[in-house]
Structures are given as structure tokens and as C-alpha cells.
Design a protein around this ligand. Structure first.
Ligand code: ATP
Ligand code: MG
Length: 296
């Protein structure tokens, strides 16, 4: 059964997309079958992995992007799959095993203009369609925006685990706290829609510190995060196996460059110590994720 994981924090810009894209790539490199969903209308993960030219075609037509499953009952999630999304210049697959369901800017319409049947909120439509393909994967990852509106709800409803990217600062801690509150509210309103076989509701299982600069002392922010997590654990508002990951990801220019190059960091090859080190960070994170007992 696929592990289904949302990456989310109510704080924006903490590294959700960078972590999910690079972790997904490392999982695929380790031989796992990985499907990444982009649920952020900014389309950052989609533009990164498809590169601008391929993504522009999709954005212009709107066909094959996740919003199309809500526009027409004839389009299903499986029709939006981009298999082995990372391609070289001649279209050859550079990373077999990493598939993407992309988004385009029209996903924003799901939050404002969408008029569906209230008895069938978008997350139920998505869940039914995901069920058709999930056995093809070991990991299904959802890149969420910093909120739990309709798009994120699709990922969260189907996930059994939530990972929280964080920077070592007070705002990330506030974002985590708000996330736990909003998750609880969403689980309350969506409880009646759950079906047997979906597994446990998605609670926070892990916090990952990202973009750590060499001079940063992360002990104090880590301790504050741990205290907050302990409180939530006692209140049973996060998973009982929730932890702060030992693996952290350093701040490295190459992470920003990777977006421009349209490749995950792990495929950049040997381009200096900075890149080698951060590649190892992502690989350690992926291995820890594999080892971390899932919510089941
Ligand atoms: N380890 C890192 N080293 C250097 N830069 C990083 C690192 N991780 C992320 N960044 C940069 O920080 C910025 C924000 O990262 P990212 O887009 O992944 O955050 P996000 O949480 O997904 O943001 P949003 O809330 O807008 O979706 C990007 O420019 C990204 O390239
Ligand atoms: Mg993002």
C-alpha cells in the first residue's frame, strides 16, 4: 500500500516545494515508485519538473492539469499523469519512477468559482479517482500551499501522514501550531466522508528543518518546536510517532539553481562541495522517511 504524505506548513516560503521535489527524486533514485501531486496554484513544482516550455503548453490548454478533473467528469486523475517526468534534452527519461500530476494557474478557480455538489466536495472526487491508481506506487506525495483550502484538502484527506517543513524561526513554529489547529477542524468537517480502507487520518508525523545556514544555531528553535510537539502529542493532536527529523537540509545556492535548470538537486552531478553536501542531506532525509514507521 502506498504511503500518502502531505508536505504543508501554514508558513509560506519555508521550503515545502524544494523538500518535496528533492525528496521525491531521492526516493525514486532509491528504486521507489513515486507520484508527486502539485496542489499549489503557483505551480512551482510543476514548472520545476516539466520546465517552463512544457508547462506553458499545459497552462495554455488547461488539459492534463489537476483542475481538469473538477471541470469535467470525463477527465480522471489517471489522465493527468506525466510518467517519468524528469526528461533530458532529447526527451530521454532521467529518473524512471518519478511521476507527476501537474497543476496550472487555473487551480485557483477551485477556491473561488467552483460550484460543485455540496454532498460531493472536491476532496471526495479526488479520493475516488486516486484510489484507481494508488496501488501503482510506493509513495504518493502532495505539495500543498500554506493553507487548508479546497486544493490542499484533496491531499490531506487522502494522506495518512503530514510532514512539516520548517525554518529555525518563530514564524515556522507559529505556522506549525496553526496547521495543527486547522487540520483538526478539517478532520471534523470531513469525518462523515471517510470510507473504510482509507487508513488513519493525516496527522503530523515529522518536522524537517530546511535552509540551515552554517552560522545558525538551531538548538533553541528545535527545542521550542519539540516542546510544542510534546504538548500536541499529550493532547493526541499529532501522531504518537511524530518527531523532528535528524536529517536537516542546509542552505545552498544550488537548490535555487536547480529550479532554473529544471532538475532535482540529486541529478545535478558533481558541481562542487556545496552541491555534494546538500545532495547528501536530501538522500539522508529520504532514507529517514523510508525508515520512519508510518502511521499504520
Ligand atoms: N536548502 C535551501 N537552500 C537554499 N535555498 C532554498 C533551500 N530550500 C528552499 N530554498 C529557496 O527558498 C525559496 C522558497 O522555497 P520553496 O518554494 O521550496 O518554499 P515553499 O514553502 O514551497 O513556498 P510556498 O509557501 O510559496 O509554496 C525558493 O527560492 C527556494 O529555491
Ligand atoms: Mg511551494
Amino acid at each position: 500500500m502506498a504511503r500518502k504524505i502531505s508536505f504543508i506548513n501554514y508558513k509560506g516560503g519555508v521550503g515545502k516545494t524544494s523538500l518535496i521535489v528533492n525528496t521525491a527524486a531521492c526516493l525514486a533514485k532509491a528504486g521507489k515508485r513515486v507520484l508527486l501531486f502539485d496542489f499549489d496554484t503557483q505551480s512551482n513544482a510543476s514548472i520545476w519538473l516539466l520546465r517552463l516550455e512544457r508547462w506553458n503548453l499545459l497552462n495554455t490548454s488547461g488539459k492534463g492539469a489537476i483542475f481538469s478533473i473538477f471541470e469535467s467528469s470525463e477527465t480522471r486523475v489517471k489522465d493527468c499523469l506525466v510518467r517519468d517526468v524528469v526528461k533530458g534534452k532529447s526527451g530521454e527519461s532521467l529518473l524512471p519512477g518519478l511521476d507527476l500530476v501537474p497543476t496550472t494557474f487555473n487551480l485557483v478557480d477551485l477556491e473561488s468559482d467552483y460550484r460543485g455538489n455540496p454532498q460531493r466536495p472536491p476532496f471526495t472526487i479526488f479520493q475516488e479517482q486516486l484510489a484507481e491508481i494508488e496501488s501503482d506506487y510506493d509513495f504518493i506525495l502532495f505539495d500543498c500551499p500554506p493553507n487548508i483550502l479546497r486544493a490542499s484538502q484533496c491531499g490531506i484527506f487522502c494522506s495518512n501522514e503530514v510532514f512539516v517543513p520548517a525554518n529555525p524561526d518563530a514564524l515556522s513554529l507559529i505556522g506549525f501550531t496553526l496547521l495543527v489547529e486547522k487540520l483538526q477542524k478539517f478532520h471534523q468537517i470531513s469525518a462523515g466522508f471517510r470510507r473504510t480502507g482509507m487508513g488513519p487520518i493525516a496527522q503530523v508525523c515529522g518536522i524537517v528543518f530546511n535552509a540551515i545556514k552554517p552560522e545558525m544555531d538551531i538548538d533553541v528553535p528545535k527545542m521550542r518546536m519539540q516542546l510544542r510537539m510534546n504538548q500536541f502529542k499529550n493532547q493526541r493532536r499529532v501522531a504518537q510517532n511524530a518527531k523532528i527529523f535528524n536529517a536537516t537540509v542546509r542552505d545552498a545556492t544550488v537548490v535555487r539553481r536547480a529550479v532554473t535548470l529544471g532538475l532535482p538537486v540529486t541529478l545535478l552531478g558533481r558541481v562542487g562541495d556545496d552541491a555534494d553536501n546538500v545532495q547528501n542531506d536530501y538522500m539522508r532525509l529520504a532514507n529517514e522517511l523510508i525508515q520512519h514507521a508510518s502511521a499504520f
